[in-house]
Design a protein around this ligand. Structure first.
Ligand code: ADP
Ligand code: MG
Ligand code: ZN
Length: 494
């Protein structure tokens, strides 16, 4: 295998990459897709199992209606066609974490087809088409704990077996690792807005396989693709794709050809390595699942679901721009989650200054959130208090600088900004007599610069203003302070 980075820039420019993603999303149902076992994460191994999800003989699957509802909602949200009839199929393969020897999935008659996900790329907006969304059950999990004397062992946990998944397959319309990152971010956002998946990659609620090929620019046919598995963060997806594009280009440039194979991403080493070649590829021997009827959906039921869909990210973003007159960029940041958008709207309303409210959330609030982690729901400053603070800054009651000091205090002190201003003596100094007294004090303390200024060195004025501002701990009203300083300098030199 060639090393990454082997392809030169000139070679890179001659090729175009083609990427399609297969995303597995765990649906947020309480129970599994074909039995009543719990889907909750983190329980002791094999405590959430029953004869059905253990794959014992003589049991019959019963389809979870909630799982169907969530899958249809997802299809509707991305503009897919919802088929009134779809069919479950057995996908046969042997693996220790699959006790039945087959996975119940959908094959030639999936629940949803078509639709797309809108992303933003360097070249502007772009819609990534979807091939299909189908329902299936998850397999169990193989664990490889170290046994006695360092011998590696394999254990199987079947709590996850039978948990409902949707597989979302994109058209091969992504062109870069960055676009794949955008696509995944948007898809996850839609799933979370719909509240059908928690989007937690660490817990495996969202998993992604990437199919990658390259072709000379201008060529219509696709090149041979490889599939990368084991991508457990969006950044790894982006990295692995960039790595694989480079590897394939270098390979073609050196006269080789890409072999169709499955690769495993090793995030620690930053390389993708062969897991299996096409020769070892599975023949899944799909056939319709005889224990389940075709899934027939009522058209009126689908329409009711369509009508009850929550507001989705793009619509919410457009509404924030319209309702509050903020730039599209701000709205994009503020619609990261529905909760953040709600927090913004409350802050904006309370402060009466939508754009200033947006600035404070995008900079101050998000900076703290990035540092301490956590969602806006647990942020220590609630929207009412932030709104009051933003309102005070907007009205000139305190300067932006003092506002930031107040913000810091509010992170640990539950009082409102007005009370904190009183408590810490942070009231602005804008009284003319007080400002002149301050000016006199500062000039007396800085005889050198004062003399320089009087000798005609205008630049020294900024220094004196700075000293006075410092002396007031940032509380002096900037323009009035300057006026006071000039007035005092004028009266003393006359
Ligand atoms: P497979 O049968 O190997 O699973 P599919 O046709 O089902 O292949 O496609 C699986 C995924 O691979 C889809 O997301 C699709 O967009 C993508 N894909 C298909 N052909 C290519 C290609 N030549 N290069 C990159 N991605 C591809
Ligand atoms: Mg596939
Ligand atoms: Zn069960």
């Amino acid at each position: 295998m060639t090393k990454s980075g082997a392809a030169g820039n000139a070679a890179r420019d001659r090729y175009e990459a083609v990427i399609g993603l297969e995303v597995h999303a765990q649906l947020k149902t309480k129970t599994k897709i074909f039995c009543a076992c719990s889907t909750s994460f983190g329980a002791s191994a094999n405590t959430q199992v029953c004869p059905l999800c253990l794959g014992l003989p003589g049991v019959l699957p019963v389809l979870n209606g909630r799982a169907v509802e969530f899958a249809v909602m997802t299809g509707l949200a991305v503009g897919a066609t919802i088929h009134p009839r779809s069919v479950f199929a057995r996908k046969n393969y042997f693996y220790p974490d699959l006790p039945k020897g087959y996975q119940i999935s959908q094959y030639d008659r999936p629940l949803c087809e078509g639709g797309g996900v809108a992303i933003r790329t360097a070249e502007g907006p772009k819609v990534i088409g979807l091939v299909r969304i189908h329902l299936e059950e998850d397999a169990g999990k193989s664990l490889h704990p170290e046994g006695r004397e360092g011998v590696s062992t394999t254990r199987v946990d079947l709590n996850r077996a039978g948990v409902p998944l949707i597989e979302i397959v994109s058209e091969p319309e992504l062109r870069t690792g960055e676009e794949a990152y955008q696509y995944l971010t948007k898809l996850k956002q839609i799933l979370i807005y719909l509240d059908v998946c928690d989007g937690n990659m660490e817990e495996g609620s969202l998993r992604c396989d990437a199919n990658v090929s390259v072709r000379p620019r201008g060529q219509a046919e696709f090149g041979t693709k490889t599939e990368i598995k084991n991508l457990n963060s969006f950044r790894y997806v982006e990295k692995a794709i960039a790595y694989e594009i480079d590897r394939q280009i270098a390979l073609l440039e050196s006269g080789g050809r890409v072999v169709q194979e499955t690769l495993l991403w090793d995030s620690a080493r930053g390389v993708a390595e062969t897991m299996r070649s096409k020769e070892e590829a599975h023949d899944y021997r799909y056939f319709p699942e005889p224990d389940l009827l075709p899934l027939d959906l009522d058209a009126a039921w689908i329409e009711r679901l369509r009508a009850s869909l929550p507001e989705l990210p793009d619509a919410l973003r457009a509404r924030l721009v319209r309702a509050h007159g903020i730039p599209d960029y701000d709205a994009e940041v503020l619609t990261e989650t529905r909760a953040l958008a709600a927090y913004y709207e409350e802050t904006a309303a309370r402060s009466g200054h939508p754009k200033l409210a947006s600035n404070w959330i995008m900079t101050e609030v998000n900076a703290v959130r990035n540092k301490i982690g956590g969602s806006i729901e647990t942020f220590p400053i609630r929207a009412d208090r932030l709104g009051d603070l933003v309102g005070m800054v907007a009205a000139g009651r305190v300067s932006g600088k003092i506002g930031k000091q107040l913000f810091e205090k509010m992170l640990t002190d539950p009082e409102g900004p007005e009370a904190l201003v009183q408590k810490h003596g942070l009231l602005p100094i804008d009284d003319d007599a007080a400002l002149r007294a301050l000016a006199r004090e500062v000039l007396a303390a800085n005889p050198g610069p004062t003399a320089e200024f009087r000798a005609g060195k205008e630049k020294t004025f900024a220094y004196l203003v700075g000293q006075a501002m410092k002396q007031s701990r940032g509380r002096a009203h900037p323009e009035k302070l300057q006026a006071a300083l000039r007035a005092v300098l004028a009266e003393e030199s006359s």
